[in-house]
Design a protein around this ligand. Structure first.
Ligand code: NAP
Length: 282
């Protein structure tokens, strides 16, 4: 089976550079999708309380018979639970839903700077406690802009191990990636395929034809060569396997640049802007 490279985080832990994302997989389908992913060789699963499917992730892992220590599981704090007491309860609930006594990585899902009087600092300090008590092996953030990270650097003890942000060929998000790299924070690229939107682009289909790979493999390989961590989502068995086959070919440096040049800046963003996003699930 293909060996998946790992990235060393700033806390000394290692994370597989390729994983499997479960956003928008309905709870009743999650166990099956994650089982297929584990059979294909994925050992890193990215879920969130907001996705409502942590239970299915845990069930698939237990049913696989794989050793928990060989799996890497990430979950995230939902937007309604930023106050420290709520965050503590939510984290207990995440572990209970997964059925594990620890997660490998726990993230603040969104900074929500317009809510909670702009206080994501006390939320982050609460995650520091989860790391200290060993129930989160690593802690990080998601959708944090450089100014949010600057504030954590000024007011907190622990630097986030990762920042999980939207990034794909139509929105390369280099401003945040550059900040992350300069501060020892690993970047995780969410919606790495732009939810499929980039797969018909002629630059990408042209490169795919030339290297004898699919457009999705070319785009995922591009992320890998940029050094980011990715976890494409699919519920289609053949695509789950296809997205795993990234480590027996490379792109030319020129191809990496041509794909990066597809960037549309803010027009290419498909998700909400972290500065204004203020959604709290009911
Ligand atoms: N932190 C955050 O705020 C945040 C936000 C969004 C996502 N995420 C994470 O990032 C993960 C991935 O992002 P995403 O799920 O939004 O989008 P994505 O992985 O960029 O794209 C998923 C879409 O692409 C299709 N697809 C997958 N592989 C394909 C292939 N080989 N060929 C053609 N189409 C393919 C899937 O279809 P089928 O399923 O029908 O095959 C699905 O419609 C999520 O699952 C989640 O873990 C995090």
């Amino acid at each position: 089976m293909t060996a998946i490279p790992t990235i060393e985080l700033n806390d000394g832990n290692a994370i597989p550079q390729l994983g499997f994302g479960v956003f928008q997989i309905p709870p009743e389908e999650t166990e099956r999708a994650v089982r297929l992913a584990l059979e294909a060789g994925y050992r890193h699963i990215d879920t969130a309380e907001m996705y409502g499917n942590e239970r299915g992730v845990g069930e698939a892992i237990r049913a696989s018979g794989l050793d928990r220590a060989d799996l890497y599981v990430t979950s995230k704090l939902n937007n309604g639970f930023h106050r420290p007491d709520d965050a503590r309860r939510a984290f207990d609930d995440t572990l209970a839903a997964l059925g594990f006594d620890y997660v490998d990585l726990f993230l603040i899902h969104w900074p929500l700077p317009t809510l909670y009087d702009g206080d994501y600092v006390s939320t982050w300090k609460t995650l520091e406690d989860f790391r200290s008590d060993g129930r989160a092996r690593s802690i990080g953030v998601s959708n944090f802009q450089p100014e949010h990270l600057e504030r954590l650097a000024a007011e907190c003890d622990v630097t986030p191990a990762v920042n999980q942000i939207e990034a794909h060929p139509y929105f390369v998000n280099d401003e945040v990636r550059d900040y992350d790299r300069a501060h020892g924070i690993a970047t995780q690229a969410w919606s790495p395929l732009a939810q499929g939107e980039v797969l018909d682009d002629p630059v990408i289909t042209g490169i795919a034809e030339r290297v004898g790979r699919t457009p999705a493999q070319v785009v995922l390989r591009w992320h890998i060569e940029r050094g980011d961590i990715v976890f494409p989502k699919s519920t289609t068995p053949a695509r789950i396997r296809e997205n795993f086959e990234l480590f027996d070919f490379r792109l030319e440096p020129d191809d990496v640049e041509r794909i990066a040049a597809l960037d549309k800046g803010e027009d290419g963003r498909i998700g909400p802007h972290p500065e204004t996003f203020a959604y709290v699930p009911a």
